[in-house]
Structure formats: structure tokens, C-alpha cells
Design a protein around this ligand. Structure first.
Ligand SMILES: Cc1ncc(COP(=O)(O)O)c(C=O)c1O
Length: 380
């Protein structure tokens, strides 16, 4: 199966929505992906911070086949235990009361948006410049960037954005119409933008003082990515509504809002597939494995190691846990050069993003550093 044939298939039959890297992969194992010729690539972006347990993890494979043999779907007309057991586990690890499970990240943000309007009786939601919250109309209205927004306007009314990491601007923007503020603890798609250490705490204090809900979008930062189970734990705060997805299924599509306080009433929100037993059983296994195998600690340890080595090599790097950005002269070029060396990363503009599976070991980190270092030598 050659890339030319695959590209022709896309050209003829698939929506032109993706600017892909020039690589087609057939399978994955642990930290590696393999193309159709069997060539191996070190996966340092985990399907955009998703494959937390790497590829074909035996626990995930077992959970999928076991639950698929029992029950995959029945809708929410009936009770299913995996859904409620996952919700119980999420309450235990977040400190929040209850969950509404979704199929992905954008649906989690949609649910948060609706819940905020419903429970406060107010309409306005304030997001941050540079934010990425998803591509459906509600989440898109909270997402920054002409490219994403312009062709689809008008977007949802009573949404506005303020500069990230600027508490004074946020203070000025909040009014009696404001239902909620939504914020990423670290902006991911914007290129791993880390706010000041006290920013999230200030946002929490301000929203509490103004009786405005705080929605934290941890779709990307959640489940160990930043070296804590959730990034808000670095700031010792608790949101009112927490949006999660990506890493919680390690590749199986699932998202969730976990929240305390006001709730939906029957019929106000839902979805045919949401909280289906297969996704929930897999996610519970993924979270239990992250905890049992010490992968949050590994994220911190390996993230610190990678960042230290990158900085020592003179790279313009920043990061928290296994969420690292490196500024390069040309992000796309660096990512393409790394593919040539058998290493996969992604980029946002000129930032190369390093988001490996949480199972990464020292030998993988060194393999990446060697490949990255050899680029530098060529540049020099
Ligand atoms: C912070 C954040 N929120 C929401 C989303 C949307 O998630 P999904 O692509 O699963 O709809 C993303 C996706 O990158 C994200 O990074």
C-alpha cells in the first residue's frame, strides 16, 4: 500500500478537512507506529495527546474485547453499570460530584456551555484569546482564530474573548450577564502556552467573588498529561465544571463533563451514543491503569527529563509533564525532518509539540533527543 494510492483515495472520496503529514500508518505497538512497509516510528505526539497508554496496550485490548462480547450499546433508555462505575471513579479522582459522558472533547464543551447557561440563568460565556475548545458551533464560538471561525459566522451570541493570562482584562469583562468563564490551564493548540503560576488561582478567586462559573477545559491537559492527574491540581483549585476527553480513552473516543452544583433536568441534554458501555468500560480500565502503573508520576519524571535535556541543548523549550513545546524557525519543516529520522511530532505554527504516550521510558526519550539533536547539528 503506497502513500500515493492512499492520497488519491483521499483526494477522490474524503472531505478536504485535514492537512496531513506525509505518512500512512498501519499499526501501532507501545511507543511505536508502523507504516505499510513495516518501517517503525517513535510516536511522540500520541494522536494529539490521546494514546495515553500507547498503542495496542494489552489492558485496553482486553477491556474492549471483553465489553464488546457483553454489550456495546443500548442507549440511555436503560441503565448500564460501566457508565455509572466510570462516573463514580471520575468523582473520586476529581473531587466533583457528577458526570455527563460524551463522545469527544467538543461535545464536552457543548455540554458545559449548556449547563452554565441553564444553571445560572445567564447567557454570556467568556473565553480566552488563543483558546481552542472544539469545532461544533457552541465550542467554536469559544475558540479563537479567524481560520476556524470566519466561514461559519454568525456564531453563538453572547460569547466574547479576553487576553489569556491577564486577570485585569478578565475582571473588566465580567458583568451581570456572565454565566461562565472557560479556560485551558495550559493552551495546547495555541502552542503550549503556560500562564503565570498564580493565574488559575486568581481566575478561580475572581469567578467565585463574582458568582460566575469556572469551566476548566482539560480535554488536552487531563489524565496525567502535565504531571498531575489534572492540571488544576498544580494550582490547588477546583473548577465548577471540568471538560475532559482525549487521554481518558487512550484512543477510544470518549469525553465527559464532571461538575458540582446545578444540574440538567431529564430531556434537557442527551445523545444516542453518550456514555455507552464499551467506551465507559475502556475508559475505566485506562484510568485504573494510569493510576496503578504510576503513569502520572512517570509523566512528571520523563517530562522533567525531556525538558531539562532540551533546554541544556539550547532549544527554546517550555512544558509541564509530557506537554512540551519547542519554538523552531519553521515548525512544519522540523516535524517533516523528524519524520525522516523516524520520530513523530506535530506543530502549531512554529512550535513543535511533544506529547508522547504516558508510558514513555528513558530509552524512548533518549531516542527522541538524539533525533532532535541531530537536526540541530545540521542546522548549525
Ligand atoms: C483544550 C481542547 N478542548 C477541546 C478540544 C476538542 O476536542 P475534540 O477534538 O475531541 O472535539 C480540543 C482538541 O484539540 C482541545 O485541545
Amino acid at each position: 500500500m503506497d502513500l500515493k494510492h492512499i492520497r488519491e483515495l483521499e483526494e477522490r472520496h474524503y472531505a478536504h478537512t485535514f492537512k496531513r503529514l506525509p505518512l500512512a500508518v498501519e499499526r501501532g505497538q507501545g511507543m511505536y507506529l508502523y507504516d505499510y512497509a513495516g518501517k517503525k516510528y517513535l510516536d511522540m505526539f500520541a494522536g494529539i495527546a490521546v494514546d495515553s497508554l500507547g498503542h495496542a496496550h494489552p489492558k485496553v485490548v482486553e477491556a474492549i474485547s471483553k465489553q464488546a462480547g457483553l454489550l456495546m450499546h443500548t442507549s440511555n433508555w436503560l441503565y448500564t453499570l460501566p457508565q455509572l462505575e466510570l462516573a463514580e471513579l471520575l468523582s473520586e479522582i476529581t473531587g466533583l460530584d457528577r458526570s455527563f459522558i460524551t463522545n469527544d472533547g467538543t461535545e464536552a464543551v457543548e455540554a458545559a456551555f449548556k449547563l452554565a447557561r441553564k444553571t445560572t440563568g445567564r447567557k454570556e460565556v467568556i473565553s480566552m484569546e488563543g483558546a481552542f475548545h472544539g469545532r461544533t458551533m457552541g465550542s467554536l464560538s469559544l475558540t479563537s482564530g479567524e481560520k476556524y471561525r470566519k466561514p461559519f459566522e454568525p456564531l453563538v451570541p453572547e460569547t466574547k474573548s479576553v487576553p489569556y493570562n491577564n486577570i485585569d482584562e478578565l475582571k473588566k469583562a465580567i458583568s451581570s450577564k456572565t454565566a461562565a468563564v472557560i479556560v485551558e490551564p495550559i493552551q495546547g493548540e495555541a502552542g503550549v502556552i503556560i500562564p503565570d503560576a498564580d493565574y488559575l488561582k486568581q481566575v478561580r478567586e475572581l469567578t467565585e467573588e463574582k458568582s460566575v462559573l469556572l469551566i476548566l477545559d482539560e480535554v488536552q491537559t487531563g489524565f496525567g498529561r502535565t504531571g498531575e492527574m489534572f492540571a488544576y491540581q498544580h494550582s490547588k483549585i477546583l473548577p465548577d465544571i471540568l471538560c475532559l476527553a482525549k487521554g481518558m480513552g487512550s484512543g477510544f473516543p470518549i469525553g465527559v463533563i464532571v461538575y458540582s452544583g446545578g444540574d440538567f433536568s431529564p430531556g434537557e441534554h442527551g445523545g444516542t451514543f453518550v456514555g455507552n458501555p464499551l467506551a465507559c468500560a475502556v475508559s475505566k480500565t485506562v484510568i485504573e491503569t494510569i493510576r496503578k502503573d504510576g503513569l502520572v508520576e512517570n509523566s512528571k519524571r520523563m517530562g522533567d527529563y525531556l525538558l531539562k535535556k532540551l533546554l541544556a541543548s539550547g532549544a527554546k523549550a517550555r512544558g509541564r509533564g509530557l506537554m512540551i513545546g519547542v519554538d523552531e524557525a519553521n515548525g512544519e519543516e522540523t516535524v517533516l525532518e523528524l519524520i525522516g529520522k523516524g520520530v513523530l511530532t506535530i506543530y502549531s505554527k512554529n512550535t513543535v509539540r511533544i506529547l508522547p504516550p504516558l508510558i514513555i521510558e528513558r530509552k524512548h526519550a533518549d531516542e527522541f533527543l538524539t533525533a532532535f539533536g541531530s537536526l540541530k547539528k545540521q542546522d548549525g
